[in-house]
Design a protein around this ligand. Structure first.
Ligand SMILES: CC(=O)SCCNC(=O)CCNC(=O)[C@H](O)C(C)(C)COP(=O)(O)OP(=O)(O)OC[C@H]1O[C@@H](n2cnc3c(N)ncnc32)[C@H](O)[C@@H]1OP(=O)(O)O
Ligand SMILES: CC(=O)C(=O)O
Ligand SMILES: [Mg+2]
Length: 324
């Protein structure tokens, strides 16, 4: 269900479960926070927050006449080693979309800085050709053994229709490429605009696209990152939509304002009760496997492999996110 990179994360395990359960490496993106790349003030503020992912933006958060400034400001940041204040965050960049004619210049500036960004976010992906274009540029620009995580944005109808082939191409080209597909972002604002839909309180106009995006993500073992709640002062609504997204299978949510971060980070973190349920279940599962039993009863419910996988997901996320 989740993207796995290596097993070296096992060192972070709590002592109590260290010898019983393994934890798979997981780079969390519960809150993916946009910061306009031309705003040094906001960037400085963001680096001091307790947030999983900071997306330094060259795209829609930046005015057309500030694109050069954003690119230069972000490149200067990437020329310095990442400084961890609150937690080891994902230092990500969102480049302009391929159709804009600005993407190549963004990639050239950002992938040749002294340190690579951890992740490149590519908006408005529409086709396999977009992925091929991206792979060619990234592979040519990144030197040596460098590799970046890759986040695909689905934010218009043609992108959604082609999303299966897009993900297939990304996963296949990554085998020999310098990028690793990690997530799909649902860009609901652009999606609404492209659809000609009117945003409503319950978001019914986006339901199909929101569900299909999470479905495609999970089919390719990618994280699924839910829509922005643009009414950033409405923190009660934000919590409600986080809970709804998490129930649908989303693993995180895009945010635009610091006040949104703690609510989102908390909403996508499994509770201590869930974690204890999961570790207890995994321990029992290991014991029953040794005895040759595939199915068994745990806390009154029948458990077999699918429930074990859900429990493992909870442990992975909990362990990777709890440490500041
Ligand atoms: C659909 C999409 O593509 S979404 C992605 C593109 N959009 C964006 O990136 C927008 C990001 N967000 C923002 O720029 C801002 O939050 C706005 C414009 C919406 C509101 O900004 P403000 O009016 O300054 O909000 P507010 O006064 O409440 O901000 C409080 C503090 O948080 C800071 N802040 C606000 N947003 C951010 C942010 N995204 N990152 C870092 N710091 C931020 C402000 O600078 C301010 O700090 P300061 O007083 O020390 O300067
Ligand atoms: C986040 C974003 O890019 C969108 O909703 O369009
Ligand atoms: Mg968008």
């Amino acid at each position: 269900m989740f993207f796995l990179k290596s097993l070296n994360h096992v060192n972070k395990l709590s002592n109590s479960i260290k010898n019983v359960i393994s934890v798979r490496y997981y780079r969390p993106r519960r809150a993916l926070m946009y910061v306009p790349g031309d705003s040094s003030r906001k960037l400085t503020k963001a680096f001091n927050l307790d947030v999983d992912c900071i997306a330094m933006d060259c795209e829609d958060g930046v005015a057309m006449n500030k694109k050069d400034e954003a690119r230069e400001t972000i490149r200067n940041i990437l020329n310095h080693e990442k400084v961890i204040v609150k937690r080891d965050f994902d230092r990500a960049v969102r480049v302009n979309c391929i159709g804009s004619g600005l993407c190549e210049e963004d990639l050239k500036a950002l992938l040749t800085a002294k340190f690579l960004p951890d992740t490149v976010l590519l908006p408005k992906v529409e086709s396999v050709e977009h992925i091929q274009w991206f792979a060619e540029k990234v592979n040519a620009l990144i030197k040596g053994n460098g590799n970046v995580d890759f986040v695909i944005f689905i934010e218009n109808p043609i992108g959604l229709i082609n999303s299966h082939q897009i993900c297939r191409a990304a996963v296949d080209l990554a085998q020999t490429g310098k990028f690793t597909p990690s997530s799909i972002v649902f860009g609901s604002d652009d999606f609404c605009a492209a659809l000609g839909a009117t945003r409503s309180e319950d978001g019914v106009e986006l339901l199909y696209a929101r569900q299909k995006t999470v479905l495609i993500a999970k089919a390719f073992n990618l994280q699924a990152i839910d829509r922005v709640h643009i009414e950033f002062k409405d923190l009660i609504g934000l919590r409600k939509y986080c809970e709804q997204g998490a129930r649908m299978g989303y693993t995180g949510k895009q945010v635009i304002h610091p006040d949104q971060v703690p609510i989102v980070q908390e909403a996508f973190l499994p509770s201590k009760t869930q974690f204890e349920w999961a570790t207890g279940l995994l321990t029992a599962f290991n014991e029953y496997q040794k005895k040759g039993a595939g199915a068994f009863v745990y806390k009154g419910a029948m458990i077999d492999k699918p429930t074990m996988k859900q429990a493992q997901n909870i442990v992975d996320v909990y362990e990777s996110t709890k440490n500041a």
